[in-house]
Design a protein around this ligand. Structure first.
Ligand code: DGY
Length: 328
């Protein structure tokens, strides 16, 4: 009998062809919560789960799947999943690193430019009918912040952070980095976090959200950022203290921010960040290009196929679940 794989949201059929014939596939609508009665029925007999970053895979959901043998997330970040429980139960978790680095760094650099050069404010200005003959171009009209030749501080030098560094180099920026692993990359000055925050005109966050990085850019750390700096976050909202960021913008300590990710998503419409004209917000679209998403699904399917066959996944978050890992 074929094993059952539940996919939490519809994905393009062509990307799933690697699974057809190998398992029974059940697709949830993506609209209902995984803990709803309807979803729980479908989860009860499933051996494999393919999920997205908007699916909270907590112990309630995991307890509803007593036969679960693997989870494959179509995401690089796995903060939506209780990894500790999976590891405790010897269930491998696959994710999709690498393939979204270029698209996410493009989005981060786009946010940096948009925030510094007030591109969204300018767009709003025209659409709201303010660009009139009595309100036209002048020498100080819509002045923004210089980008080229300034200093870019990159927090987290994984694949996305490194891709961001290459984009900064193209804009003749001085590159500083701090990363928990201590990784060094040619052309990027590895400095202490304090030095990065105090020297950078632009700070871009590229860390994973974990227990130790939650609230990483706290009020205290934001207070030590260079006056007039711009913060860009395409990693996870929980890493930056949003209230402290809003206060630093309101007080004029920071110039602007470009944000793709938020502590809670969808973001609350009463967030103080939305009231600040120099905050550019987009709805977690860092990896949202057709090619990147196709590559992410392809990798998630490869991880799922390995899970079905009982082979090590090509990209496993908790490889310690494989006996060979412990033996090595
Ligand atoms: C991920 O895959 O974790 C990214 O946040 C998607 O944009």
């Amino acid at each position: 009998m074929l094993k059952k794989v539940v996919i939490t949201q519809p994905l393009p059929d062509k990307n799933l062809k690697g699974l057809v014939g190998r398992c029974d596939i059940a697709v949830l609508s993506g609209k209902q919560s995984l803990s709803s009665a309807q979803a729980r029925d479908k989860l009860a007999n499933c051996h494999g789960l393919i999920c997205l970053l908007s699916d909270a895979i907590d112990h309630f959901v995991l307890d509803a799947m007593p036969k679960l043998e693997f989870v494959s997330s179509v995401s690089v970040g796995v903060d939506h999943i209780d990894v500790a429980i999976l590891t405790e139960r010897d269930i491998p978790l696959g994710h999709t690193p690498g393939v979204l680095a270029a698209a996410t760094a493009d989005a981060a650099f786009g946010l940096l430019l948009a925030a510094a050069r007030r591109l969204v404010e300018g767009d709003r200005y025209i659409r709201e009918g303010n660009w009139r003959p009595d309100n036209r171009w002048s020498a100080d009209f819509f002045l923004g912040k210089d980008v080229s030749g300034t200093t870019l501080g990159i927090i987290g030098l994984g694949a996305i952070g490194q891709a961001m560094a290459r984009r900064g180099a193209g804009f003749d920026m001085r590159l500083l980095s701090w990363t928990p692993s201590g990784r060094k990359v040619s052309g990027v000055d590895s400095v202490s976090l304090e030095e990065l925050l105090s020297r950078s005109d632009f700070v871009s966050v590229h860390l994973a959200l974990t227990g130790t990085t939650h609230d990483f850019l706290s009020a205290d750390k934001i207070a030590t950022m260079k006056p007039g700096a711009v913060l860009v976050n395409t990693a996870r909202g929980g890493i930056v203290n949003e209230l402290a960021l809003a206060q630093a913008l309101d007080s004029g300590h920071l110039y602007a921010a470009g944000l793709d990710v938020f502590e809670s998503e969808p973001m609350a419409m009463d967030s103080p960040l939305l009231h600040h004209p120099r905050v550019v917000v987009v709805p977690h679209i860092g990896s949202a290009t057709a090619l990147t998403r196709a590559k992410m699904v392809e990798l998630a399917v490869r991880n799922a196929k390995a899970g079905l066959d009982g082979r090590p996944m090509p990209h496993c978050v908790n490889p310690e679940v494989y006996p060979v890992f412990g033996a090595g």
